[in-house]
Design a protein around this ligand. Structure first.
Ligand SMILES: N=NNCCOCCOc1ccc(-c2cn(C[C@@H]3NC[C@@H](O)[C@H]3O)nn2)cc1
Length: 447
């Protein structure tokens, strides 16, 4: 057994997102988002689930913050619902919506917990989508104006800001693969949206600096690791394309001011094009203060001509899997973090999401989610290994504090360290909650 130890000033947190936990979908002036619409589209969400009630965190936030205080976290990552603050996407601010976040943030600070505020975690106001959504370049400026409302409201209270959560999911998963809202399957649309998201990110960071907001700002891309199945050139290149789809495409513009040529060429060969206006790349290349990283899984990958979008296929070498059927690949966590350091330098990193789906139910008031504890043990050991290899990791947020609405899976897939009974909304701290609480208190664990 080894002792895995973390620095005394390490940021220990948990994460959620507005549409996944808040509920109160039609209360206090909130208007529909694209996820309200998508959830109501037959066949899109498991069991026809939706976020009308979710975990009811809109009303139960004080109880949730008590749970956080008991856990002992020093940061809490959440997102603000744009359709609660500016219900039409542009124009009038909804004071009742803003007031919820005032109360919420003050309660967090009273509990000694620093907010990590995500400006966009997928709940685009439907009214903006009706005008073209992220495919419409005007949405970029609408986002900057929305962000400015929150910057000015919470300057001095919020120290950590994230612009866009998982731009790959917002662009390609939602508009090319089609699994998430709004469910399009159009390569050119997805490419243009990926560019507008990055532009919105860059413009928002510039505005943050122009108006002199205190604190630090970044974004939170999701990454996966794809290990080449062999050292054949074609397998290495196929794996690189798969990794680059999530990594290089969303990191090169921010850190290098250009899109990765090998992927631009690949998209072009498939007929994929999008418009970049003069000055866009300089805006996107605006320096960020820290980088959020969301990691869950990966696989081995090899070349297979004509297969999939990248002439590649995943090879199942027998990984253990979580209940959502994702590979458990802690070495992949280490490898992708080293790749980020080697390609993009010494940017301070906060793991803004890492966790596992296990659907254990309470038995006599206890949830024995041993699989989730093992997942945390293996992935935090990889994180420590990456830190020992020079990766500048400043903190870690588990996904998620609560079981919640897991998008296309609805409530059928549970990622929380706290169980939620979605009939009664009762919360039950799982064994993994107590394991994490002990880790935070000690700063180390045995593995
Ligand atoms: N990679 N290529 N895939 C090609 C085939 O795609 C099929 C489906 O793909 C994906 C990829 C990634 C995800 C995903 C989900 N979460 C969990 C949420 N993160 C933000 C927070 O809200 C959590 O709920 N993170 N990532 C889902 C589906």
């Amino acid at each position: 057994m080894a002792i895995i130890q973390f620095p005394k000033d390490f940021l220990w947190g948990a994460a959620t997102a507005s549409y996944q936990v808040e509920g109160a979908a039609n209360e206090d002036g909130r208007k529909p988002s694209i996820w309200d619409t998508f959830s109501r589209t037959p066949g899109k969400i498991k069991n026809g689930d939706h976020g009308d009630v979710a975990c009811d965190s809109y009303h139960r936030y004080e109880e949730d913050i008590e749970i956080m205080a008991d856990l002992g976290i020093n940061v809490y990552r959440f997102s603000v619902a744009w359709p609660r603050v500016i219900p039409d996407g542009v124009g009038e601010v909804n004071e009742r919506g803003l007031d919820f976040y005032r109360r919420f943030i003050d309660k967090l600070l009273d509990a000694g917990i620093e907010p990590i505020l995500t400006l966009y975690h997928w709940d685009l106001p439907q009214a903006l989508h009706d005008q073209g959504g992220w495919a419409n370049r005007a949405t970029v400026d609408a986002f900057v104006k929305y962000a400015e409302v929150l910057f000015k409201e919470f300057d001095g209270k919020v120290k950590y800001w994230l612009t866009i959560n998982e731009p790959w999911c917002v662009s390609f998963l939602s508009n090319f693969i089609g699994e998430h809202a709004p469910g399009n399957r159009d390569l050119n649309l997805a490419l243009q949206i990926s560019h507008h998201l990055l532009l919105a990110h860059g413009k928002t960071v510039q505005r943050f600096r122009e108006i002199g907001i205190s604190g630090k700002i970044g974004y939170a891309p999701n990454v996966e690791w794809k290990e080449p199945f062999s050292n054949r050139k074609e397998d290495i290149e196929a794996s690189r394309r798969e990794v680059g789809f999530l990594l290089d495409w969303f990191f090169d513009p921010v850190f290098k001011g250009q899109y990765p040529k090998f992927l631009v060429d690949w998209f072009n060969e498939k007929g994929g094009t999008f418009e970049i206006k003069e000055g866009d790349m300089e805006i996107i290349n605006e320096r960020i203060d820290f980088l959020g990283i969301n990691f869950y899984t990966g696989s081995y990958s090899r070349y297979k001509k004509g297969h999939g979008f990248f002439d590649s296929e995943n090879v199942d070498i027998g990984f253990a899997k979580t209940d959502i059927n994702w590979n458990i690949f802690p070495d992949g966590f280490y490898k992708v973090l080293l790749e980020i350091k080697n390609k993009y330098g010494d940017i301070p990193i906060v793991i803004t999401e890492n966790g596992a789906c296990y659907n254990n139910e309470p038995e006599f008031g206890r949830v024995k989610d041993t699989g989730r504890i093992k997942y945390f043990q293996s992935h935090l050991a990889s994180l420590r290994r990456a830190m020992d290899s020079g990766v500048n990791i400043k903190g870690y947020c588990v996904w998620s504090l609560l079981d919640n609405f897991e998008w296309a899976h609805g409530y059928s897939m549970r990622f929380g360290i706290v169980h939620v009974d979605f009939r009664t909304l009762d919360r039950t701290k799982k064994d993994s909650f107590y394991w994490y609480k002990q880790l935070i208190r000690n700063g180390w664990y045995e593995y």
